[in-house]
Structures are given as C-alpha cells and as structure tokens.
Design a protein around this ligand. Structure first.
Ligand code: HEM
Length: 192
C-alpha cells in the first residue's frame, strides 16, 4: 500500500473506528466506576431506536418514501448508526450471560465496519488507484509494470469492495439476532 492511500483514506477510517472502541471502553469504565451500570443496561433501548430511526435513509434510497433530502438522510444514517452502536456497545458492556445478544453485537460490529468502509474508503480509494494507474501509464511504464506498481493498492481496493457488499446481508443477520434478543427480554419482563 502506498503511504498516501494509508494516510489519506485508511487513517480517517481507523480513527473513527478507534474512537468508537475508545468511547466504548471509557464509557463502560465510567459506568462501572460510578456504579451506574443500570444506565448502560437501559442504553439498549435508545441505541436500538437510533439505529432503527436511521434506517429512514434506506427507505428513502429505495423510494419507499419520497420526502426528505437523501444527502441529509445519509448523514443522519451514518451519525445515527455510529452513535446507536456506541450506546448498544455500552449496553452490552462486559457482561457475559447469554450467547444470542453477543452474536447480535458481533453482527452489528461487522455492519458498522462495512458501512464505514463504503463511506470513507471505497470511492476515494477507487479514484486513487485509477489516478495511480494513469500516472504510471503517462510515465511510459508497460501494462505489466503498471499493474505491478499498483498491485497492493488494487488488492486493498478489492478487499474493500467485498466488505461493502457485506453491508446489507450482515444487516439482516444483525436484525434477526437483535430481534430475538429483544423479544426474549420483553418476554422475561412480561411485556409481551
Ligand atoms: C430494545 C432494545 C434492547 C433491550 C430492551 C435490551 C435489553 C437487555 C437486557 C435487559 C439485558 C440484560 C440481560 C442479562 O442481564 O442477562 C441485555 C443484555 C445484552 N444485550 Fe440487550 N437489549 C436491547 C438491544 C440490544 C441490541 C440491539 C444488542 C446488540 C446488537 C444487544 C446486546 C446485548 C448484549 C451483548 C447483552 C449482554 C448479554 C450478556 O449478559 O451476556 N441488546 N439486553
């Protein structure tokens, strides 16, 4: 990978993902330190509502609804799913009693990462690789030499494209697992 692909595209992605991890660890630590773990327990509800609310963008994109600026809705989708995931991660905390919600959490994590790959890496990285190819061609390198020069960037790009494709299928897995967890909790609480 060339340094600029790393610095200009992969680094912002790493920072945003790192922030999510850091905020989760710091938040969970504080909740435990201040004896407020019960708050974390309830964060599952607003977190889920935020994630569900941010799906308005998907409805708009697929034209199930026709009002709302798609660009604004996309920004809300990105911010809402990031913040909602943080709440759900704080909600999950470091408690290990049941396996189903942990699978839901893993699926959610993969979902967030694949979304961020699409948002922060894919389009600009594609441009980057195209630009690099053009640059080497203009410098008179042969086709084989050009391909060799951009090899690692092209491999990285290919991996990102695959990650992006996972976004919708993993969302379905996440939803099924999360709904299973929520229904079982509601049954336990006698809400259904
Ligand atoms: C309406 C939304 C939700 C409610 C009311 C809810 C409720 C709860 C409750 C009461 C617990 C504690 C269970 C226990 O102490 O044994 C719990 C644990 C947990 N929840 Fe949720 N939850 C919600 C959404 C979610 C979502 C969307 C995820 C993941 C994507 C999730 C992941 C977890 C995890 C990982 C745990 C810890 C399980 C364990 O103790 O092993 N929750 N949830």
């Amino acid at each position: 990978m060339t340094p600029s692909l790393w610095r200009r595209h992969v680094l912002p992605f790493t920072i945003l993902l790192g922030l999510l991890a850091l905020a989760t660890i710091a938040g969970d630590y504080l909740l435990h330190r201040l004896n407020l773990v019960w708050i974390g327990r309830y964060l599952g509800i607003p977190g889920t509502l935020l994630i569900v609310g941010s799906l308005v963008y998907s409805l708009r994109k697929r034209k199930y609804i026709t009002s709302g600026n798609p660009k604004t809705l996309l920004t809300l989708h990105e911010a809402g799913t990031w913040l909602g995931s943080l709440m759900v991660l704080l909600h999950a905390g470091i408690h290990f009693n049941a396996i189903l919600p942990w699978f839901a959490t893993i699926a959610m994590g993969v979902n967030v990462i694949s979304g961020m790959v699409g948002k922060l890496l894919l389009a600009r990285s594609r441009e980057h690789v195209l630009g690099q190819r053009e640059y080497y061609q203009l410098r008179g390198l042969s086709k084989v030499e050009v391909e060799r020069a951009v090899f690692w960037d092209a491999v990285t790009l290919d991996a990102m494209t695959k990650w992006r494709k996972v976004h919708i299928p993993i969302f379905i897995v996440f939803s099924v697992l999360a709904i299973g967890h929520i229904i079982s909790i509601f049954l336990f609480w006698g809400w259904v």
